[in-house]
Design a protein around this ligand. Structure first.
Ligand code: HEC
Length: 102
């Protein structure tokens, strides 16, 4: 079993990659709610749907990874993929746009 250390190393890198806190979608804040004009409740709902559903098939895309315009196009398609309701879809989009830093 001379290959074992290499396999183990790969595993550790994978796990460490998943635990990278900087890659977590930010939790909604009062400041985000005020800046976006959406209620904090709504952003929190969108955030939980996002955490629950949007990492099911691929690593969840961070709000900053995709442009505002593209999020408007992508979320409806992904909502269909995720089997979420229209209300949940709108909450997810509101959350993502509010969480974008640029
Ligand atoms: C049932 C599986 C599934 C679920 C659930 C899902 N996605 Fe996806 N997603 C995909 C697949 C497959 C692709 C790549 C092909 C494509 O673009 O359709 C993708 C691609 C993407 C992309 C890249 C699109 C592009 O054009 O570059 C983004 C952003 C994205 N998903 C966001 C989300 C969000 C946000 C959610 C939660 C609402 C979500 N996904 C839920 C399957 C899923």
């Amino acid at each position: 079993m001379r290959l074992k250390p290499i396999v183990l190393f790969g595993f550790v890198v994978m796990v460490a990659g998943c635990a990278d806190v900087s890659k977590q979608a930010p939790a909604p804040t009062q400041a985000m709610a005020e800046a976006s004009g959406k209620g904090l409740d709504r952003l929190q709902r969108g955030h939980s749907v996002y955490l629950l559903k949007c990492g099911e098939c691929h690593e969840a895309m961070m709000p900053d990874d995709v442009s505002k315009d593209d999020w408007h196009v992508v979320v409806p398609g992904m909502a269909w993929n995720a089997g979420i309701s229209e209300a949940e879809e709108e909450a997810v989009l509101d959350y993502i746009l509010a969480a974008k830093s640029r």
